[in-house]
Design a protein around this ligand. Structure first.
Ligand code: 13P
Length: 253
């Protein structure tokens, strides 16, 4: 049985002070009463404050990006080890905003995923097609290329430590959610691909999250689909009440 993972990606929102306030409010709601995994990925500078306020809960914190090298002269960058040391247990890799605005390729996504695994972080690897790609019936090709690029020559043991997030780029921050049917179809494609490249047991255990305009209103419908194992939430994770409601919905399913 795959356990739901409800994850928030704060992007470049919430200062350390705001993160601490959020963490206190979330801790007050006793998130450990729910039988699901919960993760928040704040900006790096806000991570220690959030982690501190959530230290008595099982809510995990994670980074939004790492450098592919363990250390070095890379001004402005942060390593997987630094996140690990600061208490992170996950890191997002290959978010579409990184691919779009920072030129991240599948090859780089692969390197960063390896780096995260080496440092003992769970990589949450993001894939998804753009609107043009969908309109041109390229969705499956894009997904297969991104999967093959990111996980080329990975062992089953490495794959078992990874979480995948399917985030159609056209649904991110636009208010346009993929329909539950569209999302389910792609999640199944991803699971079948993992089964073909690795094996059925691994594919069956792999958590595949959906991301792209997930809100309180649509969470139940999306999370009820058989191959959707959680959500990666941007905008709606910024408000603690909304995020908490989505956690409750997942718990009820
Ligand atoms: P929104 O939920 O704001 O559409 O963002 C989704 C996302 O990019 C999560 O990583």
């Amino acid at each position: 049985m795959r356990k739901f993972l409800i994850a928030g990606n704060w992007k470049m929102f919430h200062t350390p002070k705001e993160a601490a306030e959020y963490g206190r409010k979330l801790a007050h709601k006793n998130p450990d009463q729910y039988d699901i995994d919960v993760l928040l990925c704040p900006p790096a500078l806000s991570l220690p404050a959030l982690r501190e306020t959530l230290r008595h809960t099982k809510v995990a914190v994670g980074g939004q990006n790492i450098h592919q090298e363990p250390k070095g002269a890379f001004t402005g960058e942060m390593s997987a080890e630094m996140y690990k040391d600061a208490g992170a247990s996950y890191v997002l890799v290959g978010h579409s905003e990184r691919r779009q605005y920072f030129g991240e390729t599948d090859e780089l996504v692969r390197s960063k995923t390896i780096r995260a695994l080496e440092a003992g972080l769970t990589p949450l690897v993001c894939i998804g097609e753009t609107l043009d790609e969908r309109k041109n019936n390229q969705t499956s090709n894009v997904i297969l290329t991104q999967l093959n690029g990111a996980f080329k020559h990975f062992s089953k043991s490495d794959m078992s430590k990874i979480v995948i997030a399917y985030e159609p780029v056209w649904a991110i921050g636009t208010g346009k959610t993929a329909t539950p049917e569209q999302a389910q179809e792609l999640h199944l494609l991803i699971r079948r691909t993992i089964e073909l490249e690795f094996d059925a047991a691994l594919a069956n255990d792999m958590r595949i999250l959906y991301g792209g305009s997930v809100k309180v209103e649509n969470a139940r419908d999306l999370l009820s689909r058989p191959d959707i194992d959680g959500a990666l939430i941007g905008g709606a994770s910024l408000k603690v009440d909304d995020f908490h409601k989505i956690i409750e919905i997942a718990h009820q399913l």
